[in-house]
Design a protein. Structure first.
Length: 497
């Protein structure tokens, strides 16, 4: 029997003894008059008034002695020491307390005081079990190395932390802080858009036809309807239907799903904010992104400069706006504007860049991803993409092979994608039908023809600017997190054997 099983059995024995004492270690009612932070912020008020209070929390440290003991409890707001004496709580209540372990939840009735060593504490008058913990919480060991905190116990293992996020949150305050900041970031985005008269909406997650992005879907089935459905890869086509229906500004905080590879910036389930604004183009959307992210950084973090790994990032506006083809010429050192599609494909083969489909658009995309993206450290709007890989964006009037599309990059990572939306239903049909041809050539991420969406387009969609922002990646940047799994509470993990 290993040590953990021995500890679990010991706790189960204490649980049995609690029941033998007539104690329910999982009661249905709890009394709390104050959070721990209330005491920590103004202890003298409680001491002067000799106020009796109730606090609750999980035991995080425990020193049991014969007739008196010390332990620390923790709630969401802080941690405080509890002092308990047998003579003050009574023999029976002290006997109950002696069955406690680190990880248990207790309710304490008592008064605030300072110990002889000057530590702020609560002198217990009575303790009550709220939860008896059966499994012991791992003990985290850490040391300082080159000025940084380094975990070196068993729970420093990243995979275990992702699989048992509840323990990760209990044991690593920095992790909990990251997710508190994530919540503030999403709240800020909502408030920002609400103040600009956007309306938050909800669109279907289960869709009869997927679209709005270049990705493979997850497939499921509705038994009653006997029909195949897809988990959405984007919200775009439904949000555009709402613009057609008369809404002028809409957004959705959305979970999207893409059946693709996993790496430090990709999880099959992820969070976006998608928005659409009538009578706007991609220039208006760039202004909106700049304003949103700079205001967010100032309000939540109090600054526009932050570190991301080895980089020092400055969000000060205006951000760079550079055409994609100019960036390729700058970083790939080729005169791409004067090259034929065949020459560009040959260049990809020389550089051993993998092409699923040998087309102009795919070749440009691969060159950009491999030779340009890693260099885009400061906030940069990359504008004007090939039409072939942007079937939902409006063409540039001065260059037929390009569209009014941008992606925004920070620290070499794409965090957003936006278009001046295509609203010509005939051009849109032609583009989607071209996508079907690409799919037949082997491009599994190409769009399908959505007849219902095309019918809606024929009723007329006003000029519109659209945007998808990767919430997870924005949180990564602003919290100096280097894997998307670090900012998703329960990331997708490979099945354990």
């Amino acid at each position: 029997m290993n040590n953990e099983n021995q500890l679990i059995n010991a706790r189960k024995q204490k649980l049995k003894l609690l029941y033998d004492l007539g104690v329910n270690p999982y009661p249905k009612s709890v009394k709390r008059t104050h959070h721990i932070s209330d005491i920590l912020q103004n202890p003298d008020k409680f001491i002067e008034n000799e106020e009796e209070l109730y606090v609750v929390g999980r035991i995080r440290a425990l020193r049991k002695m014969g007739k008196a003991s010390f332990f620390h409890i923790e709630d969401k707001s802080g941690r405080i020491q509890i002092y308990i004496r047998r003579d003050e709580v009574g023999r029976e209540n002290y006997k109950v307390f002696k069955k406690s372990d680190i990880g248990d939840f207790l309710q304490i009735k008592g008064k605030v005081f300072y110990t002889n060593t000057g530590e702020l504490s609560v002198r217990a008058k009575k303790v009550k079990f709220l939860v008896k913990s059966i499994r012991p919480i791992p003990v985290v060991k850490e040391k300082r190395q080159d000025g940084k905190k380094v975990l070196y116990d068993q729970f420093a293992d990243k995979e275990m932390r992702y699989r048992k996020r509840y323990l990760d949150l209990l044991l690593n305050p920095d992790v909990k802080d990251t997710f508190l900041k994530r919540s503030k970031i999403i709240k800020f985005m909502r408030n920002f858009l609400d103040e600009k008269d956007f309306i938050e909406v909800e669109t279907p997650i289960l869709q009869p036809m997927y679209g709005g992005a270049a990705a493979q879907p997850f497939i499921t089935k509705h038994n009653k309807l006997d029909m195949e459905l897809y988990l959405r890869i984007a919200d775009e086509l439904y949000l555009k239907r709402l613009i057609i229906g008369g809404f002028e500004k809409v957004y959705e905080v959305c979970k999207d799903f893409r059946n693709e590879g996993m790496d430090r910036t990709h999880n099959p389930e992820f969070t976006q904010i998608e928005l659409y604004q009538a009578y706007a183009d991609y220039n208006d959307v760039m202004d909106l992104v700049e304003e949103m992210l700079t205001n967010m950084s100032k309000e939540i973090f109090g600054k526009l400069q932050f570190e991301y790994g080895e980089y020092n990032i400055d969000l000060k506006t205006p951000w760079q706006r550079k055409p994609l083809l100019d960036l390729i010429e700058e970083y790939a050192d080729i005169n791409i504007k004067n090259m034929s599609p065949e020459e560009i494909i040959d260049f990809c083969e020389e550089k051993e860049l993998e092409l699923d489909v040998k087309t102009y658009g795919k070749a440009i995309d691969e060159i950009f991803k491999n030779l340009v993206e890693p260099n885009l450290i400061e906030p940069t709007f990359v504008i004007d993409y090939p039409k072939e890989i942007s079937p939902l964006a409006k063409s540039k009037s001065d260059e037929s092979r390009l569209v009014e599309r941008f992606e925004v990059f920070i620290a070499g990572m794409e965090i957003g994608n936006a278009f001046t939306e295509l609203n010509d239903p005939f051009d849109q049909r032609e583009r989607l039908e071209e996508q079907v041809k690409n799919r037949e050539l082997g491009d599994l991420e190409a769009n399908e023809v959505d007849e219902d969406f095309l019918e809606a387009m024929e009723y007329g969609m006003p000029p519109t600017g659209g945007l998808g922002l990767g919430v997870d990646r924005i949180v990564m940047l602003l919290t100096d997190s280097h894997s998307i799994k670090d900012v998703i509470l329960f990331p997708q993990m490979r099945k354990k054997d």
